[in-house]
Ligand binder design. Structure first.
Ligand SMILES: Nc1ncnc2c1ncn2[C@@H]1O[C@H](COP(=O)(O)OP(=O)(O)O)[C@@H](O)[C@H]1O
Ligand SMILES: [Mg+2]
Length: 340
C-alpha cells in the first residue's frame, strides 16, 4: 500500500462494555495520513473510552484498532512510540517547571540528552512558553497548561497526535490561540484525532469528522458536506404589522403567510414560508444568493422590512437531524433564528 495514503488509524467493530453500559458500541472508522479527524458528540457518547483504547490505556471488549500500522492490543509499545497523547484533564505535576515537565517526557521516551534539550527549547518557543519555562506549572493559567500538555505530547515527534477535548474549559481567546496551534501542527504533517463536544471547534478544525452518540457513529463526513446535506439556509424577515390583520394571532399569521406566498410566487415555494409573530421565515437553498432578489420583490410591493437575518445549517442541525436531540442542552438555549 502507498504509505502516503495509508490509513494511520484504523478502528474496526470496536466495543467496550462496562456492566450494563455499552460505552463504545460497534465503532469503525479510518483516519488517513495528514488528516485532522474529529470525534464530535455530547458528554457520555463514548469519545474518551475510544481514545483510551486507541492509546493502549484500555483494552476493548471486542473489535480492534491499529495506530500507525500497529495493533493497540498486541503491540502497545510500538503504538506508544508513534503516538502523542493529550488527555481531557491535563496531567501536569504542579511542582515541576514547564522545562522540567518537557525534559521528563523526553527521558520517558528515551530520547538522547542533547535532543531533549534541543526539542525542549524548540517547543517552549513554539508554544509561547519561554518566559514561563522556569515557573512551576501550578502557577500556569488554563491556556498555558493546555499548551504545555500539547508540547509534552509532541516531545518525541509522534506520527499521530490524539487529543481529548483539547480546549475544554478555556476562555474564547485561549481557545482560538490553541486552534491556530493545532492547525499549524497538522499542516506540518502530523495526523490528528481530536474529540470535542464543541461543534464550532469540529467545524473549524476538522477535515473530516464522525458524529458519535450513545457509543455509535451516527454519521461521518466533511463538515461542509454534512451541513449541506441538512438542506436549506434560513432567512428571517422582520416585517412591520399589516394594518388589516387585526383578528386572532393565528389568523393574522395565516394571512401573512398567504400574502408572502403570493408575493414570492415563483421564487420561494409556499411550503418554505412560515409566518410568526412579526416575522416571516423562508427556507432557501442559498440565502446569500437569494436575498437581493427577495428584497427587490418585497420592496416593489411596498412591504416594510425592518430587519433581516440569515443562518446556515450548523453541525448541531446535523446532530439534531440524526438523533432528534441537540449536542448540548445549552445549545438549545442559544438564540436560534429558526425557532418555530
Ligand atoms: N470506567 C468506567 N466504568 C463504568 N462506566 C464508564 C467508565 N468510563 C466510562 N463509562 C461510561 O461510558 C459511557 C461513555 O463515557 P465516555 O467515553 O467518558 O464518554 P465521553 O468522553 O464521550 O463523554 C458513559 O456512559 C460513561 O458513564
Ligand atoms: Mg470524555
Amino acid at each position: 500500500m502507498d504509505p502516503a495514503t495509508q490509513a494511520v488509524i484504523e478502528v474496526s467493530d470496536l466495543v467496550k462494555v462496562y456492566g450494563e453500559t455499552r460505552a463504545v458500541d460497534d465503532v469503525s472508522f479510518e483516519v488517513d495520513r495528514g488528516e485532522l479527524f474529529g470525534f464530535l458528540g455530547p458528554n457520555g457518547a463514548g469519545k474518551t473510552t475510544t481514545i483510551r483504547i486507541l492509546s493502549t490505556l484500555l483494552k476493548p471488549t471486542s473489535g480492534g484498532a491499529r495506530v500507525a500500522g500497529h495493533d493497540v492490543v498486541a503491540e502497545p509499545g510500538e503504538v506508544r512510540k508513534r503516538l502523542g497523547l493529550a488527555m481531557q484533564t491535563a496531567t501536569l505535576d504542579a511542582f515541576s517547571t514547564g522545562r522540567e515537565t518537557l525534559e521528563l517526557a523526553g527521558r520517558l521516551h528515551r530520547m538522547p540528552p542533547r535532543e531533549i534539550k534541543r526539542r525542549t527549547d524548540e517547543l517552549l518557543q513554539l508554544m509561547g512558553l519561554e518566559a514561563a519555562a522556569k515557573k512551576l506549572t501550578g502557577t500556569y493559567s488554563g491556556g498555558m497548561k493546555r499548551r504545555l500538555d500539547l508540547a509534552t505530547a509532541l516531545m518525541h515527534r509522534p506520527e499521530v497526535l490524539i487529543l481529548d477535548e483539547p480546549t475544554e474549559g478555556l476562555d474564547p481567546q485561549s481557545r482560538t490561540a490553541l486552534w491556530e496551534e493545532l492547525e499549524r501542527i497538522n499542516a506540518e504533517g502530523t495526523t490528528m484525532l481530536l474529540t470535542t463536544h464543541y461543534m464550532e471547534e469540529a467545524d473549524r478544525l476538522c477535515s473530516r469528522l464522525a458524529i458519535i452518540d450513545e457509543g455509535r457513529v451516527v454519521v461521518e463526513g466533511r463538515p461542509e458536506a454534512l451541513k449541506a446535506a441538512v438542506g436549506a439556509d434560513t432567512v428571517v424577515l422582520q416585517v412591520g404589522r399589516s394594518p388589516d390583520a387585526d383578528g386572532a394571532q393565528g389568523s393574522a399569521e395565516d394571512a401573512r403567510k398567504t400574502e408572502f406566498c403570493t408575493l414570492l410566487d415563483g421564487m420561494v415555494p409556499c411550503e418554505a414560508v412560515a409566518a410568526h409573530d412579526g416575522s416571516v421565515t423562508l427556507a432557501v437553498a442559498d440565502a446569500s444568493a437569494a436575498i437581493p432578489g427577495l428584497l427587490r420583490r418585497l420592496d416593489g410591493h411596498g412591504l416594510d422590512i425592518t430587519g433581516l437575518q440569515m443562518s446556515r445549517p450548523s453541525l448541531d442541525d446535523v446532530f439534531l437531524q440524526y438523533t432528534g436531540r441537540h449536542i448540548r442542552e445549552e445549545a438549545a438555549d442559544q438564540p436560534i433564528i429558526m425557532g418555530f
